[in-house]
Design a protein around this ligand. Structure first.
Ligand SMILES: [Fe+2]
Ligand SMILES: [Fe+2]
Length: 239
């Protein structure tokens, strides 16, 4: 992939997910709002575009088998993959993280009241993501699987445009949770525990950071690949 200042951020991540770390490090959002050029993103983040481009080129030298695997999946397979890989991860980790954050608040909220706000934000994320994933699994993903079936059957579509509304709702919800993660990041100084802090602090912040990174990949796969391709297929079947 040829990359220059006008290449779109989400396209770079799509071709090699390892570049996501670079964007994260530079506070450039690639999953929500990744549809802008690298030049514009660097301008917004106040960083040198040429420096970032050369770092990206370095990372791109390592091929990303994951990107090729995801790119090779049919849309229904990609929806299944997202449920198995990311929805399961979210469901498994919410109770563990809530328990760890509670423990952290019990011991340290007196000294660091920001932890209570972190807890509040994470509880909102947990509740919202749970119902968000349910909507995807019950409404949007079945509509996408239907499009694939209709394409295979060569029958044209009986649900033209039906995915538009659910997709824009899902994208708005991604954006809202992404903002909550940004607030958690600000409150925890990018998940840095205070000096000499106990193990609970470290484990909780590390797990929270892993959870946020998983969220970014999850949303990237949906916004930039699954939803985009589903919209194109919907259009193709309508013609
Ligand atoms: Fe999802
Ligand atoms: Fe989603």
């Amino acid at each position: 992939m040829e990359i220059n200042t006008s290449t779109i951020v989400s396209d770079i991540v799509k071709s090699n997910f390892k570049t996501a770390q670079l964007f994260e490090k530079n506070s450039i959002n690639f999953c929500c709002g990744g549809g802008i050029s690298i030049a514009e993103a660097c301008k917004n983040a106040n960083i040198d575009v040429n420096e970032l481009l050369s770092e990206i080129e370095q990372v791109m030298l390592d091929s990303d088998p994951d990107a090729r695997f995801v790119e090779g999946l049919a849309l229904d397979e990609l929806a299944d993959y997202i449920v198995k890989r990311h929805h399961s991860y979210v469901r498994e980790n919410i109770p563990f993280l809530q328990m760890k954050i509670q423990k952290l608040c019990d011991s340290h909220a007196d000294d660091n009241p920001d932890l209570l706000e972190v807890q509040n934000l994470f509880n909102q994320i947990a509740g919202n993501l749970t119902s968000h994933m349910q909507k995807e699994e019950m409404v949007l993903f079945p509509l996408i699987r239907n499009l694939v079936k209709q394409k295979q059957a060569g029958t044209g579509t009986t649900q033209s445009g039906a995915i538009h509304g659910p997709i824009s709702v899902m994208e708005r919800e991604h954006e809202a949770e992404n903002e909550r993660f940004e607030n958690i990041r600000a409150l925890t100084a990018d998940y840095t525990p205070p000096a000499n802090s106990c193990n609970t602090y470290r484990v909780t912040f590390d797990t929270l950071e892993d959870f946020e990174q998983d969220f970014h990949r999850h949303i990237h796969l949906e916004n930039n690949i699954l939803f985009k391709k589903a919209m194109a297929l919907d259009q193709e079947l309508a013609n």
